[in-house]
Every structure is written in C-alpha cells, then in structure tokens.
Write a protein that binds this ligand. Sequence first.
Ligand SMILES: Nc1nc2c(c(=O)[nH]1)N[C@H]1C(S)=C(S)[C@@H](COP(=O)(O)OP(=O)(O)OC[C@H]3O[C@@H](n4cnc5c(=O)[nH]c(N)nc54)[C@H](O)[C@@H]3O)O[C@H]1N2
Ligand SMILES: Nc1nc2c(c(=O)[nH]1)N[C@H]1C(S)=C(S)[C@@H](COP(=O)(O)OP(=O)(O)OC[C@H]3O[C@@H](n4cnc5c(=O)[nH]c(N)nc54)[C@H](O)[C@@H]3O)O[C@H]1N2
Ligand code: SF4
Ligand code: SF4
Ligand code: SF4
Ligand SMILES: [Mo]
Length: 886
Amino acid sequence: MELTINDITCTFTPGQTILEVATAHGIFIPTLCHLPNCTPTGACRICVVEVRGARTLVASCAAPAAEGMIVGTDSDRVLRARKTILRLMLDSGNHDCLLCPAAGDCVLQSLAFRYGVGTGTFGRPKPRHRPETGNPFIVRDFSKCILCGRCVQACNEVQVNEAIDYGYRGAATKIVAGCDSTLGESDCVFCGECLQVCPVGALSIHDARGKARLCETRPVRTTCPYCGVGCQMDVHVKDGRIQHVLGAMDGHNEGSLCVKGRFALDFTAHPERLRAPLIRRDGELVPAGWDEALDLVASRLLALREEHGPRSLGFLASARCTNEENYLFQKLARCMGTNNVDHCARLCHASSLEALVQAFGSASPTNVMADVVNAEVILVTGSNTTETHPVFSSRIKRAARSGATLVVADPREIGLTRHADLWLRPRPGTDIAWINGLMHVILSEGLENRDFIDRRTEGSEELREALAVYTPAYVQTATGIPAADLVRAARLYARAGAATILYCMGITQHTCGTDTVLALANLAMLCGQVGRPGAGINPLRGQNNVQGSCDMGGLPGVLPGYGRVDDDAALGRIEGLWKMSLSKTPGLTATEMFASPELRAMYIMGENPALSDADASHAQARLAALDFLVVQDIFLTETARLADVVLPAASALEKDGTFTNTDRRVQRVRAAVPCPGEALPDWRILNLLGPRLGVPMGYDRPEEIMREIALAAPIYGGIDYRRIRREGIVWPCPDQAHPGTPILHRETFPRGLGRFIPTHPQAPAEVPDEMYPFVLGTGRVLEHYHTGTMTRKSEGLNRIVPECFVEMNQEDAARLGIAHGRRVRVASRRGEISVRAEVTDRVARGHLFIPFHFAEAAANVLTNPALDPLARIPEFKVCAVRVIPE
Ligand SMILES: Nc1nc2c(c(=O)[nH]1)N[C@H]1C(S)=C(S)[C@@H](COP(=O)(O)OP(=O)(O)OC[C@H]3O[C@@H](n4cnc5c(=O)[nH]c(N)nc54)[C@H](O)[C@@H]3O)O[C@H]1N2
Ligand SMILES: Nc1nc2c(c(=O)[nH]1)N[C@H]1C(S)=C(S)[C@@H](COP(=O)(O)OP(=O)(O)OC[C@H]3O[C@@H](n4cnc5c(=O)[nH]c(N)nc54)[C@H](O)[C@@H]3O)O[C@H]1N2
Ligand code: SF4
Ligand code: SF4
Ligand code: SF4
Ligand SMILES: [Mo]
C-alpha cells in the first residue's frame, strides 16, 4: 500500500501508524510520549501532522496509515501547533537546562532548539515540587515532568512491574507510586526502565551531580556480568569510571535491564578490589610481584603432581569468566594430565545435564527467551523468575497480559504467582508426584500427542505402566495440590497449540533432581511440546556465562563442544588440535573434589565455594586442609582468605571476550574501564602461567582464543568476533554461513529418538522430625547475587536489602512467639546462624526460606550436602532445621 508524506511516496503494510511509515522512510516527526511496542497514547500531541481532508491535526503516533493518504509533517499549521505545545511544556515546569542532569540528552531541550522556542512565554507560576531523593537510585523531580506518560507505560507495559500510574485529576495530575508514596515505599523494583525512557530530567540517577552527564560520556557496548539473561548494555564511561548504564535498545533485551545491571556495577571501583598478587608468608597473605606469584604456583603444582600424580590436582573453572578464559582454564587442567575440572554448574544444573542428555542427548535450553511469545501455555516451576531472571520475567508477564496462560508450580508465593492463571503449590521436594500426575491425567483423557510419540520417541509403554498409580487423588495427598487444579493444569498443557516449560533450581537442587528433570522431559515429549516455536523445555541458565563454561568443557566428563573425554574420536580431535596427549579418565566433580582424600591442591578461578557449597563449614575445613590452594578472584573472598596464593583478576567490565547466555547466544564482552592496580584479565594470567607448567599458550588477544574454540567445539564453528560485533549468535552455529539455531530438536533429538525414562518420587535426604521440625529452602533475592562479593559492595543495594533474613509463616511465628523483625537462631544438624525473622504468607506453614547471599549469616552453614546419585548436586532446597527466638 502507498501514501504520500511531504510529496514523497511511501509504501507501508496495513496496521502501521503514520509515524511508523514516516520513520521507516527517514522522515522526521518529533515525539515525546511515544514508546515503541506500547499502546500509543497520543498524550503529548507533539507528533501532530496534517492529513488532507481531516479537519483537525492528527497525532501521527496513533493514526493508522491508509491507502492514498496525503500527509504533511512540516506545514505552517503543524509548526505552529508544535511550538504552542512546546511553549506550554516549557512553561509548566522548572526547565533550567544549566542545572538539569538530562541536559544534552533531553528531547524537550533539543525540540525547543529545533523549533526555536524559548521559555517563560505564558508567565505561569512555576510548580514547587521538592525532588524525591529518598531511595538510593532514582531521583524524581516532578517540577520537570511534562506528563508524557512514558514512565507509566515503561513500568506497566514493558517491565510489567505495576509500580506507578497517573494520580489525581486535571491540573493536579501527577505520576504516583502506590497511593502517592515514595518509590522506596512502593512496589518499585528499581529496574530503571522509567528512568531510561523519561524524555526530560524529571527522572534522574542519584548523585547525578557527582557524575558526568550522559552527553559527556563514551558508551561501551557489553554484556551484563550478573545473570544468564545476558542483557546487552551500553556502559557510559568518563575519566575511567562508569557513569551511567543504559539497556541496549537493539539487544535481545530491547533496552530493559534490572536493578543489578543498571545500578550495581559500582563493585568495579570498590576500594577492596584485589590490586596485586598475594602470597602466604608466615601465615599472612602479603603482596608479591606477578613473576614471584606465578613461579610459586607453577613449582608447587608441578611438585604435587610429581609426588601424588595428576589426579591429586583439582580445578574449578568459573561461570563468571568469559568463554575464552574457561577454554584456557580447562585446557590448562587437561594438559596437566587431569580431567578434574568442574565449576558451579555442578551446584546448579548438573541434574538437568544428566537427565536431558539421557532423554534427548543434549541439555541446553531448547528455545530462546524471545520465543516465549509463541507459547499459548507457559509452565514455570522452581524458578523465581522475577527475581532471578528479571528481564526475561518481563517477557513472560507481557505474554500473560496478551493472553498466554501462565501456570506456576512453586511452594513459595513468588512474583509470578500474581500474574498466573493457575498456581500449583506443591510441598518442597514432591515435584515428581505432580509431574507424573499431569501425565496420568493426560493419558487417561487421551490428550497425549500420538503422532509425536510414534515418530520421535521410544519407551512410551513403560511410561504408561509406571504412571498408573498417579491419580489426582494420590497426587493431592502426596503434594498438597488439589486434584481439580492438577486436572486443569494437565488439560491446559496438553491441549495448548504450543506450551513451554521454564524451570530452575527448585527442580534441580534435590537429591532427586535428575529424576525430576526426567519427569519434565517425559511430560514435554508425551504432548509433543518440544522442537517447535513456543514449545520447549528450558532449564534457565543462572550465571552470566554458565552456559559458556559448560560449552567450553569446564566439566570433568566432557571436552569443549561436549565430546566425551572417554570417547576416543572426540579426545583424539582435541589431542590433535593441542598437540598434547590427554587423559581419558573422567575427572572428579566439584562436590567429589571436596570429599576426596586424593586431592592435594586446588586452583579456583572465580568461585567462592567456602560460602556457596552445601555444608560450608565442611567445605572450608577441606580447603584449609589442602597442601596448596590458588584462588584467582576480583576480591579477597572467604575462599581466597584460605589460599596460599591469590591472583588478582580483571572483572567483566575490564576485559574483552564473550559470554553465552541462556539463549545459547554468544555475546561480546568489552573492556569499559581500566583494571585496578596490577590486576590482569584471567585469560592473560592463564597465558602467563601455562608455559610455566609446560602448557603452550601464547595468545595475544581473546579473539585468537575464539578462533581456536571454533576449531575445538563444532557448535561454535561459525562464531567469530566480526560476526557478533553487534548482535550475538545462538549456537549450534557450525559454519560461517550458518545463522544460528534459536530452536533445538526440530526434526530429531541429538540421540535420535527421545527416550521416556519413568521416575518415581523419593523423599528428601533429610525430613523434619521433632528436633528439627521445619523444612528449610534456600535461594536468592533480586538485589543480591550469590555470595554477595559484588552486589554487597553496592551501597544502593545494601540500603534496600541490608541483611539476611528468614521467611516464616505467620502461624508458625505466632506459635513460637516470634514477632516480625525479631532476631532468631536457625539451626540444623550441621550448624547455626542468627537472622532477622520476616513473618509472611509467602511460605507455607512448616516451611522457611533463607537467601544464601550473606557471609555473616551463611545459609550454607545449615544446608545438607547429600547428593543426587548421578548428578552429584547437593540438596540446597530441602533440609531440616529448628528456630530458636533470641
Ligand atoms: N538476583 C539474583 N539473580 C540470580 C542469581 C542470584 O544469586 N541473584 N543467581 C543466578 C543463578 S546461578 C541461578 S542458578 C538462578 C537461580 O534461579 P532460581 O532457581 O529462580 O532461584 P532460587 O532462589 O534458587 O529459587 C528457586 C525457586 O524454586 C522454588 N522451590 C524451592 N523448592 C522447590 C521445590 O521443591 N519444588 C519446586 N517446584 N520449586 C521449589 C523456590 O520457591 C523459588 O521460587 O538465578 C540466577 N539469577
Ligand atoms: N544454599 C544455597 N547454596 C547455593 C545455591 C542455592 O540455591 N542455595 N545455588 C548454587 C548455585 S546455582 C550456584 S551457580 C553457586 C554459585 O557459587 P559460586 O560461583 O561459588 O558463587 P559466586 O559468588 O558467584 O562466586 C563467583 C566468584 O567469582 C568472582 N568473580 C567475578 N567476576 C570474576 C572474574 O571476571 N574473574 C575472576 N577470576 N573472578 C570473578 C566473584 O568475586 C566471586 O567470588 O552457588 C550454589 N550454592
Ligand atoms: S524503576 Fe522500574 S519498577 Fe520502579 S517505577 Fe521505574 S519502571 Fe517501575
Ligand atoms: S516523569 Fe518523565 S516519563 Fe514520566 S510522565 Fe514525567 S516526563 Fe514523562
Ligand atoms: S536481568 Fe540479568 S543480565 Fe539483565 S540486567 Fe538483570 S542481572 Fe543483568
Ligand atoms: Mo546457578
């Protein structure tokens, strides 16, 4: 279809607005209230245009384009209208550009300049709002607000946090949080989406005056160093310091970030950053030079290998480090003669890895996050998505708003339960029962996908027999989920044109984790809900680069690209590439390293097991008892304090490389600020150490390492820095011409047929009794990350969540006489911590929740190190404790 704008013929597709058509043809129309992907409001009217035949001017952001339309965007009438609108806006507030933090990056300022409009024309009294500064991140100054409403749309339609709205009426209209409270007292989660879209200076960052204005800074495109969503961000830098962080509009996150990505990169400049290597002398860690430290590491590791053999050495790789660094790290370990290399994936998705390899032949998330829009039903289980994958959760909430059915299965009330059509609330550790129950209902109602089962799977008959006992009545008793809800969920999932499963630690971190993931895989295959747009099974990857460190072979049983170490062909290929002969004996897992008396030395790059391992006191004792411990970190962590040598590393903001997010998307990481002191990027440290251990390295740039990765791991075969300059590529990407693979298992599974492996419920390793009557679950909060080494260096985050707490049900609290906010002791068979009581309905009676971010009240002092027999993952989600009021 065609229309004419300013005498230029423009083609368009039905449904486009005049504004969209103009923009697509490079014709400028000013906007203030317009936000892409949101309902047009036409609130500011600055985008008015003249349409021949229309009596009044038309707001182009809301008016649909029509065949043959004749549009003028810069007639006198249009310009007059725009100037009047600008005058009214400038008049309505304190638009003093000299003192405004948004100057140089303000749409109002640039339009005023463009249209030659000064201020003060109507002489109206200026508003006298006092800026709201009470929260640590966002300053709200409504004397500059032009009521464009973009912040309201960003909060409600984009992030779906529903914290702010219009309040009052007429001239008193204003943007309010909650019932006109401060942002800090409202539901605001400080994602900063509103801040990023505000076209003027009404919303600005805290301490703006101590920083450079946006227009004075240089942007560096990089990937967020926190969670597996892998948001793309522009880090704005001046004078070697990070000044602002903006979400990249052209990234897969479409401009969104969460509070950590946007506001918590201040750890990079923290005074406690490691600035020089440290060596233990007379019991004290003292500064040393690089040569001295690396020589010591090399001589001790070589001596211990000489004396006790290569299997006495253990290596922990890092899901916080880049692909290039993990690749070099496992290369170093393997070339030293051991496959004893593992990392935190063991504590995380080891059970997914084990189960999905058995069922499908590959364990990676099957669909990219953006594909969730294609799902009619979204089943989220054991994932507190709004807090742990926040920007992805916004996509899920948007999908639910536009009609997708959201089913949440979680023992705890979480952010998503409010948006769910159905919330199943199983007792912790009972997931296999309800998942089997869903399949029982599906089979008994004939809702299974016969065609998929016949063509793509094997073992369905055994499954059918195994499921006979899981009637809704049985499941209700076993899990606490009402029978009717189970039936409803089964019908929703099975009947959906496309349904996707998203799951995380609530499923995996159990002694029955592998079996629970197998049950989910059975469910997906039974209904043919995998291998299509909107249909898949997605173990959400947690860390920024946990997908990548697995891909790089940071695991004891597999090489880069997932060839098995005990497979001659796979091993032979890598031996040829490295020109080294390697061990074909699978190594110890991280959890086994801590149990094995064989182990004499460890090299830990970017992990903090002294706090993150189950039964942390035992883990600490084990680390302390090693003959030699090297820790390479950005801070002197609880683990580093136990080391013989500490090597200071550059953080993600100080080096180049790539991270692979939960999409399997390989994205660039770029240095934005200089390394502190003598700290070096991990890849450089390994490059210096390798030759000292007889392992050839010699890489000048991370890009060279990626070239070798492409040879070592065929799934990365077509990935190079040039191709991922702007946008990441989703592996498998076997060659340079391949566009990447957003959806896995479309035609076949990597193992050929998908395999049904029936599983049955098992009780957790430790169940409540008279001495320890509560079930404790551990996990995360939005504002903090793991052992807190980074987020607890952020002043703002610490103001929001300053200390550890235990969530406890109101009835339990009342029975024990514990008031909200009171300190209590929580004790298990392994230890005891002191925390503040958070009395709430979020957890059910008999259940407790404690986040594991706080060293001074470490949840892992309490947790049970019992392992899943196959995956060797500890049972972080269930142990038995008692609560004693202090
Ligand atoms: N803010 C923040 N974000 C993070 C991280 C962080 O530390 N902080 N860490 C990252 C990493 S590495 C990971 S692995 C992910 C983890 O992300 P999640 O797995 O979402 O995080 P957890 O807090 O461990 O929460 C797990 C969820 O499982 C539920 N759950 C507990 N027990 C059970 C059960 O028996 N059955 C079921 N069905 N559900 C249960 C809990 O109620 C909770 O909602 O987060 C990543 N993102
Ligand atoms: N109770 C309980 N415990 C748990 C869990 C739970 O749910 N409950 N979850 C488990 C899970 S899923 C995970 S993934 C683990 C996480 O366990 P860990 O990986 O041990 O925890 P982190 O605190 O992320 O440790 C990462 C370390 O890397 C450092 N670091 C950051 N960037 C860099 C870098 O560029 N280079 C180097 N060299 N170091 C860097 C950080 O300072 C930090 O010390 O915790 C597990 N532990
Ligand atoms: S920071 Fe995020 S949650 Fe808070 S008001 Fe702005 S958009 Fe809403
Ligand atoms: S605060 Fe900013 S984004 Fe929100 S209505 Fe006012 S001017 Fe628009
Ligand atoms: S959602 Fe994850 S990747 Fe995105 S900004 Fe937050 S922590 Fe970073
Ligand atoms: Mo994790």
